[in-house]
Design a protein around this ligand. Structure first.
Ligand code: SF4
Length: 359
């Protein structure tokens, strides 16, 4: 698996700092320059200190934006210049307890907005940065201030925000309108039946709170990506959800139907929740047909291509982030590999899809 954290050494008395690994000639004062490479240890000169990195080559991290934590001897790769999958974790707190949550909530919150703002200012041109949690809007003021400041400094950046949609209010409308060109809101909706949705997210009343907030996003002209993880609990009712979306949420830019990730609560509840769409694609297919007939966009995320009937393969995105993506031995000879999302690093063949194989 690709490393997002590197071993790093520098003066432990220093406070954490953000720096960018110069890719060739330094572009600004924050750029760190490689001064030596010996026995697997890279030494860089940053503006106010030297630091060392291990277990990585200079080419792998050229242009990356790092957060160095001297006391913990860690360098976080906040932005990997060569990747399209860069995400800032806003908080690990959340007010829902989704059955398949890949990042179970924690009580503690550490405010990282200052570091994230410094990092965003050093991002490559036109970068899209993911903002996720936990639930980022539990820290709405900090989040909105961060986006205001990052947008003022770098008008070329875009943000993809994953939120449970519970924390908007009418007062947010002007702000949502102001930033609608640069923000894509990814909001989970698991069923058109409030009881099923609430059971999946582990929060009574969640659907009732989400509905007007989705309407608010529509009123703001915000870009909305509805996201539905397919589970045993909601798979049969996906056609009903497709009907609901086309009738009540026609402004949604897309509907992402997603496969489950076997980590966190997803691992704990795998047997109870995993829906093997390789052996039964019928309800997903019907839902897609309905969306297409009513001319609304739909995508498949995290589906290995060989688990998707040919008629729907054009909808399957290479959605799994590069740092947690893997392929199986049988994928080596597959003609579809370059187009295929593959598997999450923590996927297990013994309790996964029944029908996969090279094409
Ligand atoms: S065999 Fe592997 S590479 Fe080929 S479609 Fe299936 S999962 Fe993708």
């Amino acid at each position: 698996m690709m490393q997002l954290r590197l071993r790093s050494d520098c003066d432990p008395a220093l406070s954490p700092f953000v720096t960018r690994i110069a890719d060739g000639v330094p572009q600004c004062a924050e750029d760190a320059i490689l001064t030596s490479s010996e026995a697997g240890v890279l030494t860089y000169q940053a503006p106010h200190t030297n630091f060392q990195l291990r277990d990585v080559s200079p080419a792998e991290i050229a242009g990356d934006v790092l957060l160095i934590e001297p006391r913990r001897r860690i360098a976080h790769r906040l932005i990997r210049a060569a990747s399209r999958h860069n995400t800032f974790l806003i908080t690990e707190q959340c007010d829902q307890l989704c059955l398949m949550c890949s990042q179970p909530p924690k009580q503690h919150h550490e405010d990282m907005f200052g570091y994230y703002l410094s990092a965003a200012q050093l991002a490559p041109p036109g970068t899209q940065i993911g903002l996720s949690g936990g639930e980022p809007l539990l820290h709405k003021k900090g989040l909105f201030d961060f986006i205001d400041a990052a947008s003022a400094a770098r008008g070329d950046l875009n943000f993809h925000i994953l939120t449970n949609g519970q924390h908007f209010d009418a007062g947010d409308l002007p702000w949502l309108r102001k930033h609608r060109e640069r923000l894509l809101w990814g909001v989970p909706l698991y069923s058109s039946d409030p009881t099923t949705h609430d059971e999946i997210v582990g929060k009574p009343g969640a659907f009732a709170r989400l509905s007007p907030n989705l309407a608010l996003l529509g009123l703001a002209g915000a870009a909305l990506e509805l996201r539905t993880v397919v589970l045993r609990q909601n798979a049969p009712s996906l056609p009903g959800l497709a009907d609901f979306i086309t009738r009540h949420l026609p402004f949604a830019a897309t509907w992402a139907i997603m496969q489950m990730e076997r980590i966190g609560y997803g691992r704990m509840n795998w047997t109870r929740c995993f829906f093997d769409s390789s052996s039964d694609f019928a309800s997903i297919g019907t839902a897609i047909d309905l969306m297409r007939a009513r001319r609304q966009n739909v995508s498949l995320y995290n589906f290995p291509l060989c688990t998707v009937p040919r008629a729907y393969q054009d909808l399957a995105a290479r959605s799994i982030s590069d740092w947690k993506q893997k392929y199986l031995e049988s994928c080596a000879s597959c003609n579809l590999r370059m187009r295929c999302a593959g598997f999450f690093e923590w996927y297990r063949e013994e309790d996964g899809f029944m029908e996969i194989g090279a094409r």
